[in-house]
Design a protein around this ligand. Sequence first.
Ligand code: AMP
Ligand code: GLY
Length: 421
Amino acid sequence: MKLLILGSGGREHALGWKLRQSNKIKELYFLPGNAGTSQIGVNVGIDPSNHKKLIDWVKDNKIDLVVVGPDQYLAEGVVDTLQKAKIRAFGPTKVASEIEWSKSFAKKFMVENNIPTARFKEFSNLNKALKYISKQTLPLVVKADGLALGKGVVIAHSFTEARKAIKEMLADKIFGKAGAKVVIEEYLEGREISIHAFSDGKTIKMFPASQDHKQIGEDDTGPNTGGMGTVSPLHWVSPKLMKEIEKKVVIPTIKGLEKSGRKFVGILYPGIMLTKDGPKVIEFNARFGDPETQTYMRLLDTDLQEILLACVQGKLSKLNIRWKRQYASCVVLASGGYPGKYHTGIQISGMDKTIDRSVVVFHAGTKIENGRFLTNGGRVLNITAIDKTLKKSLDRAYKTASLINFQGKQFRKDIGRKALS
Ligand code: AMP
Ligand code: GLY
């Protein structure tokens, strides 16, 4: 089989790494890919947002299956375009992925389908929004409706902060159309976890739970990033709790989407807050998480190609998915200055120093020039490790994180600390 992965992050390298282990994959391509993906497949310099060029290339190269990484491509309807051209694609259509690209749609959908989430109201009128918050209690959460590169959520601890966020979105339009509407919701207190499930549109199969570390600073301080590290599974998320999340969140979502003509094929990834009143949805994503996928691919035992194909063919119920009984961790090495401004083109040293086979380094923002690895983005490398205990897997990942260097390298030293407690 000839397989194409759209995207260029650590998630896409991890998916490719896992797919490379399948004896059914004969050729593997990435669009546009990174330095790491060029070592396990072929990078193609076509922009996946250019659907005409994409379809021409996919047809010319007789690709059997396309796997979509980033949310932006789903929101642009790449799966619809591929399907129209009779090309198999793993990922939801544009209307099915609206659950991620419109928070306003996602919130209304949850209310209609009785899926637990934070209380909310939505506004497109500035004065009405400002009047509403004056009667609310703090902290308040202000969210831009559309995709905003992970920057569209403000947790306001004062009314001044809340007013500023609302004005920036609705009046100053800092997120453009993505901020034409805002969702204002109650602040949920608890432990936050990432849930993933494979879906063929009817049947779902849950992954183990994982935990991301979204903020740049230790102890969850500073601005949000794409994610600075993950661990999985979580010993304090019991099988009973996973069943509850499956029953109250994942199944009703897939069913509700199907009922409304938005059959969902791909990965459903709800962010969940474990509150004292039970699990509540913070947001839905319609794709593999990054960096969650980097740990998940280290734990997945079953051939990923088989699972993706079963999803696309509506045959997931026939498949038994196995996960290694181990713990995985991922530590992200980022450029100095990230998530703000940063330099690229900085040489990376020590790439040959992974300590043993339990450690795998997935590339994110990297490129190769004259045989040397250079930085090429905010998040640069993902150091992953597996072991029998979470503590041991973290020790291995951190040991390698200290051996790989580039000027300005920054990483969180407390990945997994909360999960261990
Ligand atoms: P999102 O882009 O919706 O994932 O939001 C980014 C982060 O903001 C989440 O990962 C949470 O940590 C936090 N967050 C979002 N909504 C809420 C909420 N209602 N209560 C508490 N934290 C929230
Ligand atoms: N781990 C955060 C995300 O993929 O959105």
